[in-house]
Each structure stands twice: as C-alpha cells, then as structure tokens.
Design a protein around this ligand. Structure first.
Ligand SMILES: Nc1ncnc2c1ncn2[C@@H]1O[C@H](COP(=O)(O)OP(=O)(O)O)[C@@H](O)[C@H]1O
Ligand SMILES: [Mg+2]
Length: 170
C-alpha cells in the first residue's frame, strides 16, 4: 500500500469516527481544504496534499443530501452488476458516503480542458439517455456535461452521478 493510500485510509477512519456534518467540523479535525467547485447540490473541496475531494451538500434541502445518496448507490450498482460492466471503468472511486449528512469523500480527477470535454459529455449524455430507464423520467436527464467529467490520466471518469438513480421515485 502506498503512503497516499495509507493516508486516505486514515482519513476515512477519521470521518467514520467523527461523522462530520459541516466544513467547520471537518476543519476542526485538522483537515485543510480548498474549494474547487460547486454545482446545484454540492460544493467540492480538495483536501490539501491528498488526491481526495470532499462533497458537501450546498444547502439543508433534502435533495442535496439525496443527490449524494443517489450517486453512491448508482456507482455501487454499476460496479456490481454485470449488465453495467462496460461502464465500470468510468466510475469514480468513492471512499466514504454518510447517508445522513450527504457528505462524501471521492478521488480527485482532473478537470477536462478545452472543447473536447463538451463533445465527450454530449456523446455520453445521449448514449445514456438511449439506454438508461430513468433518464427520461423524474428529473428529466442524467446531467452529463463537461463539469461532471474528470480525467484519471487518460481515463474519463463520471464524477457526478446523482441523477443516475431512481431516487425521485420514492
Ligand atoms: N471527484 C472530483 N474531482 C475533481 N473535481 C470534482 C470532483 N467532484 C466534483 N468536482 C468539482 O466540483 C463540481 C461540483 O461537484 P458535483 O458533484 O458536480 O456537484 P453537484 O451534484 O452539485 O452538481 C464539479 O462540477 C467539479 O468541478
Ligand atoms: Mg455536477
């Protein structure tokens, strides 16, 4: 196990033990962060010195927490079920997800630069809409745009899968 993996393991242990509910709680654990992005549901904070991002619900509205829960569930399903095997390599690594707060720890993936990110996102969006049973219901889409794709060296990763789920159905 590399030094980074050991440090990530310790970080997850710290989150499991203290179950932080806010960025303030996280900072109180001695963890330093830098805000790197935000969407409608979560803000994203890179941990200093580690390739790890903390996703924190942007508001107290339950949809923000549920977006994280849905994302965690979608990634687990895609990694687990054979029918989704071709999508497995696009899945991000999720280290931690607290269902009661919606706070997640995920691997950091580099943003896509340039216009090919939009092209890639648009193709992925259309392909998923063609096959995903929930994509045209409820929320009305899977929200695939270049901000929701990151790169792990040359491997694209779908870094926001909150809409890849049936959570709107009950
Ligand atoms: N794993 C990650 N690696 C790098 N940046 C990320 C990661 N996850 C999220 N981000 C950044 O944070 C932004 C918001 O995160 P996202 O999960 O898309 O929130 P929301 O669900 O509110 O759209 C993303 O558009 C991206 O810029
Ligand atoms: Mg997003």
């Amino acid at each position: 196990m590399s030094r980074t993996e050991t440090r990530i393991g310790k970080l997850v242990g710290l989150f499991d033990k203290h179950k932080p509910k806010s960025l303030d709680d996280i900072h109180a654990l001695g963890i330093k962060t830098r805000r790197i992005g935000c969407g409608v549901y979560r803000t994203a904070h890179k941990i200093t010195g580690l390739p790890v991002v903390i996703k924190i619900p942007a508001t107290d509205h339950q949809d923000c927490r549920r977006h994280s829960v849905a994302e965690d569930r979608a990634v687990r399903s895609i990694k687990r079920f054979k029918v989704y095997a071709p999508l497995k390599k696009y899945m991000p690594r999720i280290y931690y997800c607290d269902k009661s707060t919606g706070i997640m720890l995920v691997h950091f993936y580099k943003p896509i630069k340039g216009s090919h990110g939009h092209v890639l996102a648009s193709v992925i969006n259309d392909l998923i809409h063609a096959i995903w049973p929930y994509a045209t219901e409820g929320t009305g889409g899977v929200d695939m745009h270049s901000g929701n794709i990151g790169m792990d060296d040359a491997q694209p990763k779908l870094i926001d899968l909150g809409y890849f789920s049936d959570y709107g159905k009950g």
